[in-house]
Design a protein around this ligand. Structure first.
Ligand SMILES: NC(=O)c1ccc[n+]([C@@H]2O[C@H](COP(=O)([O-])OP(=O)(O)OC[C@H]3O[C@@H](n4cnc5c(N)ncnc54)[C@H](OP(=O)(O)O)[C@@H]3O)[C@@H](O)[C@H]2O)c1
Length: 260
């Protein structure tokens, strides 16, 4: 499958920061019309002012099902052919150290919103039979478990699994609709601050990750893992038991938990 996004209408969630913001820049460079979704409207307006393509700003809290549905109903009929599901967050620390409400909010955003938007966007594209959906998972979603960033790892495992399965179903049906999962390792964004952790000692820039992701999307790649080091690390965890891998990952994440 070869895809060309030039001039398409692209919906990007999480466009106010980090990877989502970078996706907005990358697709604007391809002359795409953008529909940006996140909570911080002012941030998206500032970004739109920098870009030389038409941008629609849709402020929304995607952890709410009614807001996800409102977004789909707003974009229906606007001919959007690409959806980048990028909004998401994690929380570092012991699972029991977070309130249940915080954890459920993460599941609502990282899992439920991605599922709702993917399903309903596919419905919107059914008649045209073309389009693309990129779900931003994480390399966390390809690992057995992630103590001290535990619920986040579990949510990303859902996204990676759901997306890969869906891509196979679409391929089996001969569909021209592309579905892919982006699974980056560490990236310098606001993620760590939101997760209440210490900044990565080494990470990729959003520019590097997004340029790689778009290139792979254009080639129709389903599972996109930027960085040879991350791919080697993922392979390495398969050489030890799941229990051992979980222990090693947990040590790393525990070290990033910010001291109170
Ligand atoms: N940074 C990394 O190391 C890394 C690695 C692997 C995967 N990822 C994934 O990459 C994606 C983007 O994260 P990032 O690293 O770019 O972090 P970021 O800079 O914190 O961006 C997160 C985005 O999600 C949006 N968001 C958060 N809660 C939302 C809500 N309830 N409703 C709507 N939008 C919401 C934020 O916008 P508002 O606050 O304005 O709503 C923001 O635009 C996430 O899915 C993350 O899990 C990140």
């Amino acid at each position: 499958m070869k895809l060309d996004f030039t001039g398409e209408t692209v919906v990007i969630t999480g466009a106010s920061s980090g990877l989502g913001r970078e996706f907005a820049k990358a697709f604007s460079a391809k002359g795409c019309r953008l529909i940006m979704v996140a909570r911080r409207e002012a941030r998206m307006r500032e970004l739109a002012a920098e870009l030389s393509v038409p941008c629609e700003i849709l402020p929304a809290d995607l952890s709410r099902e009614d807001e996800c549905n409102r977004i789909i109903e707003t974009i229906a009929g606007q001919g959007a052919s690409v959806l980048i599901n990028c909004a998401g967050f994690g929380l570092l620390g012991e699972t029991v150290g977070h309130t249940l409400e915080e954890e459920l909010n993460m599941i609502d955003l990282n899992v439920r919103a991605v599922h709702i938007l993917t399903r309903r966007f596919l419905d919107l594209r059914r008649e045209a039979g073309t389009g693309a959906i990129l779900n931003v998972a994480s390399c966390a979603g390809l690992l057995p478990a992630g103590p001290y960033l535990n619920t986040y790892y579990a949510t990303k495992a859902y996204v990676a699994s759901f997306t890969q399965g869906l891509a196979q179903e679409l391929a089996d049906a001969g569909s021209k609709i592309y579905v892919g999962a982006l699974c980056p390792g560490p990236v310098y964004t606001e993620f760590t601050k939101v997760a209440r952790g210490q900044e990565w000692s080494s990470a990729k820039t959003p520019e590097e990750v997004v340029a790689y992701a778009v290139k792979k999307m254009e080639k129709g790649k389903t599972l996109i893992v930027p960085g040879a080091g991350i791919r080697a690390g993922l392979f390495g965890t398969r050489l030890v038991s799941r229990r051992m891998a979980t222990k090693i990952i947990g040590r790393g994440q525990k070290g990033r938990v910010e001291a109170e």
